[in-house]
Ligand binder design. Structure first.
Ligand SMILES: Nc1ncnc2c1ncn2[C@@H]1O[C@H](COP(=O)(O)OP(=O)(O)OP(=O)(O)O)[C@@H](O)[C@H]1O
Ligand SMILES: [Mg+2]
Length: 516
């Protein structure tokens, strides 16, 4: 389970759909203006703030202009996709130069600054899968509602068109994360009316969220589709070998992502979660019990194929055939769940925990992975472009996905072996002396006489038995290099043989025997 979002935006490319090609006959707007509108929408519809950072060598005699020319701009945002898109607009000379709570400024290719007033921002959430903004251009007074989001939700919002779905699929098959951008021009009256309703909804004391959402949705109708963007989600270094290492160590990896099905498949292939020759079984969309039954039968016939399923279908399957589904899915070499909401991610982790009784480890890098990290036995957060939310919620925090190999195989191994040995040794140490004391008392007609008086007793549990404890704490059964070279060694640990009822009773028996 991992979110694999690294260096996004290295190769982002807003795609301007077929409708951008010149058409014969009467056209209301030229291609150029449509392209400009699309780029402008990308430059405006986000939550990015440019921050100017001074270069090292500050000279106090410099003029303001000198200082500005030496400043480097850093874009800050919760979503790396948005940063990538804003960087792209900068590369085509429409630069975001300033942003605060209520305004935004863009620099056009001619060098002039266009000022916008931010009237409303509807932030992105994993549930709504979209974000919107209402801006007012200061010079013209034009009010525009811009919105971008996942294709599934945007198709119902934008006006009819015949290319969105197909082109979205094409981009996703290349492994790009797609976003659909749309706009709607509002008149002053329309906006005023909306603002009143929005304000009322926000002030209501009951069902506030639902009311606010309903008011926003009333605006999200019949929007003009502008463009489709594709942002590459580059894999971190070492993801492939790490996944292979985990597989050899007998660890099953499930990938839970909010991405589109095609994008998820592409990433699963490029990260070698699914090998090139392996069959991929895509679980069809299911709505009811019969569909679920048919699809499960189809899955049963597919052996050794990786399973790809969408979050919605999974939910339906779990509703009717929870046990069967988990059993079949666990037999698959790898599972990819796409279009997963944060709560679904956590539910899947809990489900696996309860059904298999095995230990689960959730690895994530974004705010949408927090609930799953907390639901797992061991949560690992990766500090990345999406901020620190995941790492703050996690039990372990790392900076690169590839460190997981060492974390589990070396540190995990040592920690398990040492804790097991140490806890049992401490029990042994205590039990030995208690047995001796008990036997001693029994021999002397249960008189409460101490066997080891004074410092002898104190020293036993501290100084005298200190060295075995240290030797256990620093013990390594295999060297780190060997544990990493032969990940198969980890399989033996997963059987839990170092600390079980059997080993516990063995130690107890030894303690009693030796004490006697
Ligand atoms: N800033 C954004 N603005 C608008 N839509 C977005 C934004 N970020 C993501 N989306 C859309 O919402 C969908 C769900 O996003 P979510 O953050 O839940 O998962 P994800 O980022 O795609 O994947 P992962 O679970 O791997 O982080 C995305 O696939 C994308 O289409
Ligand atoms: Mg995300």
């Amino acid at each position: 389970m991992f979110g694999q979002k690294e260096d996004p935006g290295q190769a982002q490319q807003p795609f301007l759909g077929p409708s951008m090609t010149p058409t014969r006959g009467p056209v209301r707007r030229t291609v150029v203006t449509r392209v400009y509108e699309a780029v402008r929408a990308i430059a405006l519809c986000h939550n990015v703030t440019p921050v100017f950072e001074d270069d090292e060598d500050v000279n106090f005699d410099d003029t303001e202009a000198d200082r500005q020319s030496r400043q480097t701009v850093v874009y800050q945002a919760a979503s790396p996709d948005e940063v990538a898109l804003v960087k792209w607009t900068e590369s085509v000379d429409l630069t975001l130069v300033k942003r605060d709570l209520n305004s935004m400024q863009l620099r056009t290719p001619s060098g002039s600054i266009v000022k916008f007033q931010i009237l409303q921002v509807f932030p992105f959430t994993s549930e709504t899968k979209r974000m919107g903004i209402i801006v007012k251009e200061e010079d013209t007074g034009e009010i525009t509602f811009l919105m971008k989001g996942a294709d599934v939700v945007m198709t119902t919002i934008v006006q009819y068109n015949d290319w969105l779905e197909e082109e979205c699929g094409n981009l996703a098959r290349e492994g790009l994360r797609t976003l659909v951008v749309a706009k709607k021009v509002l008149t002053e009256e329309q906006y005023q009316e909306f603002e009143i309703r929005y304000h009322q909804a926000k002030m209501s004391t009951q069902d506030r969220n639902a009311k606010v959402q309903a008011v926003i949705e009333s605006l999200e109708r019949d929007m003009e589709l502008l463009c489709l963007t594709g942002v590459e989600d580059k894999l971190q270094e070492g993801v492939r070998p790490t996944l292979e290492l985990l597989r050899n160590a007998g660890i099953k990896v499930w990938m839970l992502t909010g991405d589109k099905l095609e994008t998820a498949i592409c990433i699963a292939k490029s990260s070698k979660l699914v090998s090139r020759l392996q069959d991929i079984h895509t679980f069809g969309t299911v709505i009811g019990r019969t569909d679920a039954h048919l699809e499960l039968n189809a899955l049963r016939r597919k052996q050794d194929a990786a399973l790809v399923i969408t979050g919605n279908s999974l939910q339906v399957c779990l509703k009717y055939y929870e046990h069967e589904f988990v059993e079949l899915a666990c037999q698959c070499p790898s599972v990819v769940v796409c279009r997963c909401s944060p709560t679904q991610k956590a539910d899947i982790v809990k489900l696996l925990r309860n059904h298999t009784g095995k230990r689960t480890c959730a690895i994530g890098d974004g705010g949408n992975d927090v609930s799953m990290i907390q639901a797992a036995n061991a949560g690992i957060g990766i500090v990345g472009k999406e901020g620190k939310q995941a790492s703050l919620a996690a039990d372990f925090s790392i900076t690169q996905f590839s460190y997981i190999g060492r974390l589990l195989l070396v540190h995990g191994r040592n920690s398990y072996k040492r804790s097991a040995a140490l806890s049992q040794f401490v029990i042994h140490r205590g039990l030995i002396i208690s047995t001796m004391q008990a036997v001693f008392c029994a021999v002397f007609y249960f008189a409460s006489v101490a066997l080891f008086p004074g410092f002898l007793m104190v020293g036993f549990s501290t100084v005298y038995t200190m060295y075995p404890v240290f030797s256990l704490v620093l013990d390594k059964d295999v060297k780190a290099e060997i544990a990493m070279t032969y990940p198969e060694l980890y399989k033996e640990l997963t059987k839990g043989r170092s600390l079980s009822f059997k080993t516990f009773f063995m130690w107890v028996l030894i303690s009693v025997y030796q004490g006697k």
